[in-house]
Design a protein around this ligand. Structure first.
Ligand SMILES: Nc1ncnc2c1ncn2[C@@H]1O[C@H](COP(=O)(O)OP(=O)(O)OP(=O)(O)O)[C@@H](O)[C@H]1O
Ligand SMILES: C[C@@](O)(CCOP(=O)(O)OP(=O)(O)O)CC(=O)O
Length: 419
């Protein structure tokens, strides 16, 4: 196949946060998990990957630029994902541009891929989930793949397990599947869409934007190999929690949702501690955030908030509704005021409207916050200035979308190289 043409597509895909955790694989190559998991897809406006994929007969090899830097595509993760999506490509024709690609041509043509995350990469904010979901979704559009989102999720899964859940919006379950040879039935399904539970507010406390020392891909196999607790959890605990969590989500039962979410995060981190050598993903600040939520809930009598941590120290918090989110934010800003000279609008990112509900208009309002009533007997209470980098306020969001505005493409439409 010859010619100078470049065909390209741009897409955005969201990150997701699990509330019943995936940790550990029964098959490393196919990325088949030891247990099912449930997640909430995060709003594209606040946490997403944007990926442009291009194909041209003039490209000499597959290439990837991530956040502006060229990265190798040689790992099995990328190779397996690219091979699988190529095998699903269909005929494509554009008479105007004189492009005719037959199904079998996809195996020979090369891709240029440029991607950008609008949040820190490799820090436990599930950049690999958004990234692989976006890569698969964009390539599927480019290659005229006819699969539905659940079928595509089996391809994203080959790149990173949690990525399969980012193909759907809202509340998503990654089902275990029984096909141990090909993993065709280990896919993600949507439990409820993003509009189902509109009261729910999500607050992310970015404790560190540093790359973590041990990635999930390296840490989880260690847990599988050395933690007896992980296998007990997968067999005895998670199946029951999945049923309860599905019910809690379906009926918008925040108390049950909060109880299960916190318990499952803590149990996942307990399996990390049960690993040899032990894996430490949370730090003192993570633990202090947990205490803050636990104290608030105890004080209010009914749960107002919940927390969960992935393989990193950043906290993902859920508030029952906007009123609870305001209460939670007041506490968090009391304990963790920003460093001097930080303005409130760069400390709280995403949906800032919650600040008004919390009565916080500027940084002086943060300094004047009273100690939370639940700790008044501990006065003078400790404050941990500067221990949180920033917060992102967000909500459940939709799955991947196409970006039609050429101005947002990351590759030049003529050369096919990064702009
Ligand atoms: N937009 C992207 N496009 C393609 N690949 C990406 C993208 N973003 C991240 N990745 C891949 O994912 C890797 C980071 O994954 P890692 O699991 O270490 O961190 P994380 O996904 O941010 O955290 P976690 O999955 O533990 O929540 C990157 O090194 C890169 O290989
Ligand atoms: C802690 C988690 O975020 C797991 C992250 O696992 P990854 O999906 O990053 O791992 P790989 O499949 O090896 O790429 C919990 C979760 O998302 O359920």
């Amino acid at each position: 196949m010859e010619g100078e043409w470049v065909l390209m597509v741009t897409a955005k895909a969201p990150s997701n946060i699990s509330v019943i955790k995936y940790w550990g694989k029964r098959n490393e190559a196919l990325i088949l998990a030891v247990n099912e998991s449930i997640s909430i897809t995060l709003d594209l406006d606040h946490l997403c990957a944007t990926t442009t994929v291009a194909v041209s007969p003039k490209f000499e090899k597959d290439r990837l630029w991530l956040n502006g830097k060229e990265m190798s595509l040689s790992s099995d993760r990328y190779q397996n994902t690219l091979r699988e999506i190529r095998s699903r490509g269909d005929n494509f024709e554009d008479d105007e541009k004189g492009i005719k690609i037959m199904k079998e041509d996809w195996m020979r043509l090369h891709f240029h891929i440029a991607s950008h995350n609008n949040f820190p990469t490799g820090t436990g904010l599930a950049s690999s989930a958004a990234g692989f979901a976006c890569l698969v979704f964009a390539l599927a559009k480019l290659m005229n793949v006819k699969d539905d989102m659940s079928q595509l999720s089996t391809v994203a899964r080959l790149g990173s397990g949690s990525a399969c859940r980012s193909l759907h919006g809202g509340f998503v379950k990654w089902v275990l599947g029984k096909d141990e040879k090909k993993g065709k039935d280990s896919f993600a399904i949507q439990l409820e869409d993003e509009k189902h539970w509109e009261d729910l507010v999500i607050l992310i406390a970015v404790v560190s934007s540093q790359q973590k020392e041990i990635s999930s891909a390296k840490g989880a196999p260690l847990t599988v190999a050395t933690s007896p607790f992980l296998h007990y959890r997968a067999k005895e605990v998670v199946p029951k929690r999945i049923v309860e969590m599905e019910r809690a989500i379906q009926s918008r039962d925040f108390a049950t949702f909060a109880k299960l979410t916190c318990a499952d995060s803590n149990q996942f981190h307990a399996t990390c501690l049960d690993t040899s050598p032990p894996l430490f993903y949370m730090n003192d600040t993570s633990h202090r955030i947990i205490n803050c939520v636990e104290k608030l809930n105890r004080h209010e009598g009914v749960p107002q908030g919940a927390y969960t941590y992935d393989a990193g120290c950043n906290g993902f918090l859920f508030a029952r509704d906007r009123k609870a989110a305001a209460l939670l934010l007041q506490r968090l800003l009391y304990y963790f005021p920003p460093n001097p000279d930080t303005d409130l609008s760069s400390y709280i990112l995403g949906d800032k409207s919650i600040l008004k509900d919390a009565g916080l208009e500027n940084i002086n309002d943060v300094e004047k916050l009273p100690a939370p009533p639940e700790i008044q007997d501990e006065v003078p209470a400790q404050r941990f200035r500067g221990n949180i980098s920033y917060f992102i306020c967000t909500r459940p969001g939709p799955g991947p979308v196409m970006v039609s505005d050429q101005g947002q493409a990351l590759l030049d439409p003529v050369t096919g190289f990064p702009k």
